[in-house]
Design a protein around this ligand. Structure first.
Ligand SMILES: C[S@@+](CC[C@H](N)C(=O)[O-])C[C@H]1O[C@@H](n2cnc3c(N)ncnc32)[C@H](O)[C@@H]1O
Length: 204
């Protein structure tokens, strides 16, 4: 058996990759602070689409429900599959506290946070508790910095919650997540060098 692995190093590599992918499959949810219904609809919808496409399971809005975001995401789920959810919470501080008390882990993305390093990302990938990713829009109250488990920066310049979230989710879930097939999709994209190719998966 040992000889088999020695002469087939690729098999060992595949095993390692397999277990690494398993480790990376932690459940992630995005908490978007400061969403102003109607005014921020487009960016919040983009944040939800990014969360869904890059591997998160839900986006939680810390303001009144915005039916526009919810209905856009429901339409996307119906066509392209999956069960990505939009939820709302009334008391953000309580929500983050309870997340930790329930065994979850929370990170807040902010330019003022700890430097994003390969070591930190590895640590976050290996942790299998439910991950809450908190992002802001305008000024985030200081209390949030205290409530979360880690404040992490994605570079030391101000940019956007959409960019910070994309980079962070990509680092946690990796490239394969971008090309995964979601359950109950009605259609899927057929990659092609030009034009748009779609494969219908059900007649609904
Ligand atoms: C308009 S920016 C405000 C930038 C803000 N001064 C901050 O704390 O990062 C809105 C949101 O984008 C995210 N963001 C912007 N730049 C970031 C960076 N360099 N690293 C991590 N998150 C960032 C944060 O979640 C922030 O609340």
């Amino acid at each position: 058996m040992q000889g088999f692995f020695r002469t087939n190093p690729n098999i060992v590599m595949h095993f390692m990759e397999f277990f690494d992918v398993k480790k990376m499959a932690r459940e992630a949810h995005v908490l978007r602070l400061g969403h102003r219904p109607y005014r921020d609809l487009r960016l919040t919808t983009h944040v939800a689409l990014i969360s869904r496409a890059l591997g998160a399971s839900s986006m939680i809005l810390a303001e009144k429900q915005d039916e526009g975001v919810r209905s856009s995401l429901n339409k996307i789920n119906k066509i392209w599959g999956g069960q990505f959810e939009i939820k709302t919470v009334e008391d953000v501080r309580e929500f983050i506290k309870e997340w930790g008390e329930g065994g979850g882990f929370s990170v807040h993305l902010t330019m003022y946070g700890e430097k994003w390093t390969d070591g930190l990302i590895k640590e976050l990938r290996q942790d299998q508790s439910k991950l809450l990713i908190v992002i802001g829009s305008q000024k985030v109250p200081h209390e949030i910095y205290e409530l979360v488990d880690r404040n992490i920066s994605i570079g030391n310049q101000p940019h956007s919650e959409a960019a910070a979230l994309s980079i962070f989710l990509y680092e946690i879930f990796g490239k394969d997540t971008l090309y995964r097939d979601l359950p109950n999709a009605r259609q899927k994209v057929v990659p092609s060098p030009r034009g748009k190719r779609i494969e219908k998966l059900s007649s609904e």
